[in-house]
Design a protein around this ligand. Structure first.
Ligand code: 3PG
Length: 215
């Protein structure tokens, strides 16, 4: 994985590591380490743990401490305070469902690569004004899917996207084949029933299939 001279990841490093960034929802910190090991075993290292549950920060901390091959990140970052808490827990990148200058500034101060969420031209312009050119296209399917990304590639030829929201194993290639898409995000690698049942083999297999989408 390419890193900058000070050892920090860039947003592009995060996007280029594998075809898919798994969007992870965890209710129980005990699930974090075996889940991360399963994903890493399947070839997926960039792990977006969403800040949607009370356990999220402890899960990021556990992965950072116990799964050195994994790169934990925080998803659903909705404020500067979320970004600060995520970085303190050991998150090495952040993903937000939308963009605000305050989130952008906090991530820049923290040295935390950020994939800000956008769905429209105006939102892309605002993120670009903040200096962000690697963006999450969210919610990808509902906001126009691959056709919308094709349309955006004209005026925004200098922006690269990670479409997330409604992306599945079945439609991921539609997105990944676009020149302005580097990777996709999605929750299909970590089905809630498999996480609950501790079916790590199934998750490792889903990760292997996801990793194989590129190449
Ligand atoms: C999310 O933030 O929930 C992601 O966009 C995941 O969406 P998905 O469950 O449709 O993959």
């Amino acid at each position: 994985m390419a890193v900058t001279p000070d050892g920090m990841l860039t947003a592009l490093d995060v996007m280029q590591d594998a075809a898919v960034i798994p969007v992870i929802v965890l209710d129980d910190v005990a699930q974090a380490v075996p889940l991360a090991r399963a994903l890493v075993g399947g070839g997926i290292r960039m792990l977006e743990v969403t800040m949607r549950t009370p356990a999220a920060l402890a899960c990021i901390e556990a992965i950072a401490a116990e799964v050195p091959a994994a790169v934990p990140g925080a998803g659903t970052v909705r404020s500067a305070a979320d970004a600060q808490a995520a970085a303190a827990a050991g998150a090495r990148f952040a993903v937000s469902p939308g963009y605000t200058p305050a989130i952008g500034q906090a991530c820049r101060e923290l040295g935390l690569p950020l994939l800000p969420g956008v769905a429209t031209g105006s939102e892309i312009l605002q993120a670009q004004e903040g200096g962000w050119t690697e963006l999450k296209f969210f919610p990808a399917l509902q906001a126009g899917g691959a056709a919308m990304l094709k349309a955006l590639s004209g005026p925004f030829h200098d922006v690269r996207f990670c479409p997330t929201g409604g992306v599945t194993a079945a439609n991921a290639r539609d997105f990944l084949s676009l020149p302005n898409v580097v990777c996709v995000g999605g929750s299909w690698l970590t089905p809630a029933d498999a996480v609950k049942a501790g079916d790590w083999d199934r998750i490792a297999q889903l990760a292997r299939e996801a990793a194989a989408l590129r190449g």
